[in-house]
Design a protein around this ligand. Sequence first.
Ligand SMILES: [Zn+2]
Length: 276
Amino acid sequence: MPWRFRTKREMPEGVWIKCKSCNATLFQKDFEANLAVCSQCGWHGPIGARRRIALLTDDGSFDERWSELHPKDWLGFNDKERYPDKLKKSVARTGSLEAAVAGTAKIDGHPITLCVLDFAFMGGSMGSVVGEKVTRTIEAATDAGVPAIVVSQSGGARMHEGAVSLMQMAKTSAAIERHGRKGLLFISILTDPTTGGVTASFAALGDVIIAEPGALIGFAGPRVIQETIRATLPEGFQRSEFLLDHGFIDRIVERKDMKSELARIIGIASPSRKEA
Ligand SMILES: [Zn+2]
């Protein structure tokens, strides 16, 4: 009897995924259970903002704030698709009105404020609302005298909001400066990818900057740089490990260890603040 190959229809959908780094075929269930990290090579895949928050904070401690903020089409922007239509699709995909989810929470009993960017929403790009949420996250921490944490996963400033997007770079940076003047801690966590105006503003301003392994972190992408300077870029350029070697980030922490590492750092910086 001749071999009978399975047709696509017979292959249950969503059972297997391919690792984008080592190309291994992984059971989707195992991959998800392993926090979306490849069991073969340690590649850290993308995870949504809400799952990230659940992984980083004490159970039931996250209190979402400013979820009602939604973006405005300042420019009447229209490329192949109108900006408001693009937004609607991202809202349906992520269940959030914007690419950032923010609020207050506790990490190992320490009160903090937290803002997490989500690449699934228009590439995690920073328009007026993402900038505002990052700023309010920092300002709420400044007012409460607690550490602020921002997890970045972003293609940079959102072109659909033009200069209004670029202004968020200054606004978020100013809030971090005021927070720092009060002697308060700001931790920036960089995940794959963190680029453009996000890298060039709040993401690079952490008192402690932590990256997940293998994350692409930079301003312009490697292809653009290569074409501009007409030189071959070194191996591993713009990846977490390369940036750690060159002093751009402070440490690389695996996803499974991130919460305990945050608790440790916060415990050192503000040990008296721990609440039951
Ligand atoms: Zn892999």
